[in-house]
Write a protein that binds this ligand. Structure first.
Ligand SMILES: [Zn+2]
Length: 80
């Protein structure tokens, strides 16, 4: 079974550097619904302490090209 991403609903750390290191992230395109994994390591150094909202504005979807990304915080559940 693939792992399932369990989102912490209605929660955001506000700033990226406040997000606990053990949390995983997904980015969802609110235009087409595509979801993919997101890693802080991919952020330029200048954005690692940015507001989550400011980072979302810069995310463009690899499928439809919309700049409608929404960051989701949570963790992977392994289904045994
Ligand atoms: Zn999209």
């Amino acid at each position: 079974m693939p792992a399932r991403f369990q989102e912490i609903k209605d929660w955001t750390p506000g700033y990226m550097n406040v997000a606990p290191a053990h949390l995983d992230m997904m980015v969802k395109c609110t235009a087409c619904g595509l979801e993919r994994e997101f890693s802080k390591e991919h952020l330029p150094r200048s954005l690692r302490q940015a507001l989550v909202k400011d980072i979302e504005k810069r995310l463009s979807c690899s499928s439809c090209g919309a700049k409608a990304g929404k960051l989701k915080f949570g963790y992977w559940l392994r289904e045994e």
